[in-house]
Design a protein around this ligand. Structure first.
Ligand code: GLC
Length: 554
């Protein structure tokens, strides 16, 4: 297959059109607004934008309820604006990937409308129906506590339809060849308009068998191969980034043992254990998660993230681990969601403690994978817990201390801007941080620059180094005769460690990539060092001749 593995060392930035930048004063962000902010994003150093859904939608689930796959919702602009935007991204050297939400449609989609009206409609079989209420209708809800059932009776259809998510999101019958052909057509359409790939929403559910008699759904992995073949036939470097919160034993089924299914997946396993590590200062379970998710095909890559547009799902942790994360980062019931997660943004979870924020981000940027940042996190934005469900962490981007944070000229933004207090736009905004060399924004820019100078992390193989201290996590990456060592102190106190970084027969100097505090080996070739509370270090092994070695390698 023709491939270009650009995603191995990309820096991905996720945003939602609605709350990023409004250019026309209607209170809703749009493509023109986003386009004006490309210089900002380029300056931050990101190389790929992941756009949340922006197609025509009743917006009952932030656009994850699509009513027309081949159009831009008028609130965001037109298809013409979209193409202008992708062109501008190209000029900035920024790739664009978009959400592909094809497990379900909106119940307002003409396909569903046709299907419910007429049992003989060709679209009837595009959805999943039952004549009687299925026995498992009260099981398998994705949003427990909010969503009551997975099967809802439709009067017009005189039948029950299946919905894995909210009831206004009827599942597509993805086993139907006509539906599969349409999915490919949707991908082809957006590729033709300039996107480099897709963040595929809810992949395990797309490929699962569905129906009233299905008690244990089975995954049809062959579908993933046909998606990948199709996108790569249309565009050799197209990316499929799967949202699949699965167990490590299934990873290779999703990547494909021969690397012929998803190019990338979000590493939910590491994400949850990372939060446990931050909460407990115990790096052990995180190391287990890193090792459990290590096997992947050469072309496969993890997406490393901290927070995203959804709740922080802690469902894969043990009960005591989950409780530890709740106690540390979301003790109040109002901070929790769906019986399994925390809905807050990162900065409030970490009490706006700069040391802890840097530690968390430094980890995210140096764990095996490609980093994915959520808009606003680069300036340490907060949340608004008075908003329902996940909306609390989806408030407008805080650009400046002008009214409505400079996001819109309207007095009624689509979601309220956070104002007042520690996280209000008066204090936390991009304009102010741009002028402050020590701001979170400028720190993020510097760390992104350094991450780009460490391609070993994206390309290389890692091993866990012994640190003599369970609260300090140390990883070493090697790629083409270059080594990078990253060390993180999870604890709230200083820790003294002795690091043994070397491969056989090597006694290397460690060159600090973030300060002038380099480390010489002791007589045994080891590196004793003291890390301050929540301290972190990025080193290049060997150092002096590294530039030489690298230029040879390239
Ligand atoms: C995914 C999205 C989430 C959405 C759901 C239904 O989990 O991340 O935001 O609500 O799919 O499409």
């Amino acid at each position: 297959m023709i491939e270009d593995l650009w995603y191995k060392n990309a820096v991905i930035y996720n945003l939602s059109l609605a709350t990023f930048m409004d250019s026309d004063g209607d209170g809703v962000g749009d493509f023109k607004g986003l386009q004006r902010r490309l210089d900002y994003l380029h300056g931050l150093g990101i190389t790929c934008l992941w756009l949340g859904p922006f197609q025509t939608s009743p917006m009952k689930d932030d656009g994850y309820d699509v009513a027309d796959y081949y159009n831009v919702d008028p609130r965001y602009g037109t298809l013409g604006d979209f193409v202008e935007f992708t062109h501008a991204c190209k000029q900035h050297g920024i790739r664009v990937i978009i959400d592909l939400v094809v497990n379900h449609t909106s119940d307002q989609h003409p396909w569903f409308q046709a299907a419910r009206k007429d049992p003989d409609s060709p679209y009837r079989d595009w959805y999943v129906w039952a004549d009687r209420k299925p026995a498992n209708a009260d099981e398998g809800m994705v949003f427990p506590g909010v969503q009551k059932t997975t099967w809802t009776h439709d009067r017009e259809a005189k039948a029950w339809y299946f919905h894995r998510f909210y009831k206004f999101q009827p599942d597509l019958n993805t086993s139907n060849p006509a539906v599969q052909a349409e999915l490919l057509k949707i991908m082809g359409f957006w590729i033709q308009l300039g996107v480099s790939g897709f963040r595929m929403d809810a992949v395990p559910f797309i490929i699962a068998t569905k129906g009233p008699d299905v008690t244990t759904p089975t995954e049809q992995f062959g579908m993933l191969r046909s998606f990948r073949e199709f996108v790569q036939w249309r565009r050799g470097d197209a990316l499929l980034l799967a949202e699949a919160n699965i167990l490590p034993e299934d990873d290779l089924e999703y990547f494909g043992h021969d690397g012929d299914r998803c190019h990338m997946m979000f590493n939910f396993q590491v994400n949850q254990h990372l939060f446990y590590a931050l909460a407990s200062a115990d790096g052990g379970p995180l190391i287990d998660a890193l090792l459990a998710t290590k096997p992947r095909p050469h072309s496969g890559q993890w997406g490393s993230f901290l927070r995203n547009h959804d709740e922080l799902d802690l469902g894969r942790l043990t009960e005591p681990q989950r409780q530890a994360v709740f106690d540390a980062f979301g003790p109040d019931k109002s901070m929790q969601l769906y019986d399994r997660g925390i809905r807050r943004r990162l900065a409030p979870m970490l009490n706006a403690d700069r040391r802890r924020l840097e530690l968390a981000y430094s980890l995210m940027f140096t764990l095996p994978g490609t980093p994915v940042i959520r808009y606003g996190d680069e300036i340490g934005m907060g949340d608004d817990l008075s908003l329902p469900e996940r909306n609390c962490a989806r408030t407008p981007m805080q650009w400046s201390d002008e009214p409505q944070a400079g996001f819109t000229k309207s007095d009624t933004p689509i979601l309220p801007v956070i104002s007042g207090g520690v996280f209000g736009y008066e204090r936390v905004n991009a304009a102010a941080q741009r002028r402050d060399p020590e701001s979170m924004l400028n720190w993020t820019e510097r760390i992104i620059r350094m991450r780009k100078e460490c391609p070993e992390i994206g390309w290389g193989d890692f091993r866990v180094l012994k640190t003599t201290c369970p609260e300090v996590l140390a990883l070493r990456y090697d790629w083409r005769n270059n080594g990078v060592v990253v060390v993180h102190n999870l604890s709230d106190g200083p820790r003294e460690i002795t690091l043994d970084v070397d491969g056989e027969g090597e006694t290397s100097r460690l060159v600090n990539l973030l300060s002038n505090d380099h480390s010489e080996p002791d007589s045994k070739g080891r590196h004793p060092m003291v890390l301050e509370a929540y301290g972190y270090r990025w080193f290049r092994v060997g150092g002096l001749d590294y530039l030489m070695k690298r230029s040879e390698a390239l």
